[in-house]
Design a protein around this ligand. Structure first.
Ligand code: PDD
Length: 277
C-alpha cells in the first residue's frame, strides 16, 4: 500500500517515524477516519472541519489548508485500489526530546494511509449486533479526536471478550457513546442521542443520521438516556464512518425490544444506503 508521510507518498514498508515522535511517546496527536465510496471521500469538508477543531483543542496548528488536504487525500485514494476505502490520517506534535511541555518550532508529523472499507457483514444488519454497557473511563475531552485511545481499546476489548461488537459507555448514569461509535436509543418512535458536548465525539455519521431522520420526519431528541431507561429501549443503534449504522439487538445479554433490528432502524438505514453515494 502507498501511504503519505510528512511530504511524500511512499510504500508503507518504507515509511519510518522517529522513536522521539510525540505521537509515539505521549499519544500527542489527533486523527480522522474518512470513508470513501466509489472512490469519492464522503463528507470530506465536515471531516476537515472536525480535524481543525481537534487541532485547536490540543493547541497544534494545522499543517495544511483544506485545499491542500483535499488534494493530498485525493492523491492517496488514487494511489490505492478499491472503490470503497477508509482514509486514516493523523497529525502529531512532531519529533522532539521527551519533555511534557510542548516543543517550539517543531514540524508536526503528518501520516495518512488508506485501507479497504469492508462492507458491513450482512448478518449484522439482519440480526443486529451484541453490545455491553461499561463504565466510561475516558477523559473529559472526548470531543477531541485524539490518537490516545487506550481506554477505548480496553473497553472494546472487554466487549470482544464477551462476544460483543461494541461497548456502550455510561458516564454519570447516562449513555455517552460507543467505544468507537456514536449511539442512539429509540423510545416510542423518537430517536435519542447524546447532545454534542465534551463527553462525546461529534460524529460525522451522527450528523448524517440525524439529517436522514429529519428528512423522513422521525423526531430526534439530543438528550441523554439513563442506563436504567436504556434497558427499556425499543431500539438501540451505533454509528461510525467504518460501520455505518448498525442495530444493537442484544444489550448485556438481554434482547433489545423484540431482539431484532427495529422498524425505525430499517427506515433510516434504507435512506443511509441510498444517500451515502
Ligand atoms: N471512530 N465516537 C468515537 C469515540 C469514535 O471513535 C468514532 C469513530 C465515532 C463516530 O464518528 P464518525 O461518525 O465521524 O466516524 C464516535 C473511528 C471510525 C475510528 O476510531 O476508527
Amino acid at each position: 500500500a502507498t501511504v503519505f508521510l510528512n511530504d511524500t507518498f511512499l510504500p508503507a514498508e518504507q515509511a519510518k517515524v522517529s522513536v522521539y515522535d510525540r505521537g509515539f511517546l505521549f499519544g500527542d496527536g489527533v486523527y480522522e477516519v474518512i470513508p470513501v465510496y466509489g472512490r469519492q471521500p464522503f463528507r470530506l469538508k465536515a471531516h476537515l472541519s472536525r480535524l481543525q477543531n481537534s487541532l485547536d483543542g490540543i493547541h497544534l496548528s494545522n499543517p495544511f489548508d483544506d485545499a491542500h488536504w483535499t488534494q493530498l487525500i485525493t492523491q492517496l485514494i488514487e494511489h490505492n485500489e478499491g472503490e470503497n476505502q477508509a482514509v486514516y490520517l493523523q497529525v502529531t506534535r512532531g519529533v522532539a526530546p521527551r519533555e511534557h511541555v510542548f516543543p517550539q518550532g517543531v514540524k508536526p508529523t503528518v501520516f495518512m494511509m488508506s485501507n479497504p472499507l469492508n462492507a458491513v457483514p450482512s448478518l449484522y444488519k439482519t440480526q443486529g449486533i451484541k453490545a455491553i454497557t461499561v463504565d466510561d473511563i475516558r477523559w473529559q475531552r472526548c470531543d477531541i479526536k485524539a490518537i490516545a485511545l487506550l481506554p477505548n481499546t480496553m473497553l472494546r476489548q472487554q466487549a470482544h471478550e464477551q462476544g460483543a461488537g461494541e461497548a456502550i459507555l455510561i458516564r454519570d448514569g447516562v449513555m455517552t457513546e460507543g467505544s468507537a461509535s456514536n449511539s442512539y436509543a429509540v423510545f416510542d418512535g423518537v430517536i435519542y442521542t447524546a447532545a454534542k458536548d465534551n463527553t462525546v465525539l461529534s460524529g460525522i455519521t451522527r450528523d448524517f443520521v440525524l439529517e436522514l431522520a429529519a428528512m423522513t420526519g422521525i423526531p430526534v431528541r439530543e438528550e441523554s438516556v439513563t442506563a436504567d431507561r436504556l434497558t427499556q429501549a425499543d431500539e438501540i443503534w451505533i454509528s461510525s464512518s467504518t460501520r455505518e449504522l448498525l442495530p444493537v439487538t442484544t444489550l448485556d445479554d438481554k434482547p433489545v425490544g423484540q431482539g431484532l433490528p427495529g422498524p425505525i432502524w430499517q427506515t433510516v438505514n434504507e435512506l443511509y444506503q441510498r444517500h451515502k453515494l
